[in-house]
Ligand binder design. Structure first.
Ligand SMILES: C[S@@+](CC[C@H](N)C(=O)[O-])C[C@H]1O[C@@H](n2cnc3c(N)ncnc32)[C@H](O)[C@@H]1O
Length: 209
């Protein structure tokens, strides 16, 4: 994927069931998962490598304000069209260092992008710094293919997150064909990693401090 011309891919990107979410069942499956991963309270979501904005739209429909960032101007144009009239902005920029200035977010959402960045650990540290207290990283990743697999395993990703975030939960997604428009056999998962400062405050409150 690192050599993919995303501008050239943009026009047909949504044809894949899990990209465009055009099938109502697939769309419902992703909407349900996303609702469980994002904060219950409406907030600010940063969708990095947002593509055509399919997950941005679901987040917006669930009441969140969305900022999307993608390196491909063609993807950003399609995302702007998809969320026209909504409380959402889309910027051309690098997911590893998104151009959001001092803005901070309740959730940083990244699907199928982290694994292809040159330094995933560095990107995660940067994203952790973009969270508000009590914020969270929502990372949807996987390992695709069998002959020459590409991607990032849940084991490696949770290893990178352990020193920089609080509670981390992993949800396996391979066994839910509704998400993918059919059966899949490779590793697919979502990780939700909580901001550690929020967790410390919660623990302190629970201990009556
Ligand atoms: C597989 S698509 C995923 C799109 C979207 N996250 C989704 O799940 O539908 C990968 C996207 O990441 C974008 N991308 C790749 N490298 C990037 C980078 N360094 N910074 C920002 N976007 C990037 C591509 O332009 C493409 O839109």
């Amino acid at each position: 994927m690192t050599n993919v011309d995303w501008d050239a891919e943009a026009a047909s990107f949504d044809e894949e069931p899990d990209h465009g979410l055009r099938d109502p069942e697939v769309r419902r499956a992703w909407a349900g998962r996303l609702r469980g991963w994002l904060p219950a309270r409406e907030g600010d979501v940063l969708d990095l490598g947002c593509g055509t904005g399919s997950l941005s739209l679901l987040a917006s429909e669930q009441g969140h304000r969305v900022t999307g960032v993608d390196l491909s101007p063609a993807m950003v144009t399609l995302a702007r069209e998809k969320l026209a009239g909504r409380d959402a902005v889309f910027l051309v920029g690098d997911a590893a260092a998104p151009p959001v200035g001092e803005q901070r977010f309740d959730a940083v959402l990244v699907r199928h992008v982290l694994w292809a960045l040159p330094d995933p650990g560095r990107a995660l540290r940067h994203w952790r710094g973009l969270l508000r207290p009590d914020g969270r990283l929502v990372l949807v990743e996987g390992v695709w293919g069998s002959a020459e697999p590409v991607g990032i395993s849940a084991e490696r990703l949770t290893g990178l997150l352990a020193p920089i975030t609080g509670r981390v939960s992993v949800e396996r997604l391979s066994d839910d064909p509704l998400l993918w428009g059919g059966q899949v056999t490779d590793e697919r998962y979502a990780v939700v990693a909580m901001d550690p400062s929020g967790q410390e405050r919660g623990e302190a409150a629970a201990a009556g401090q």
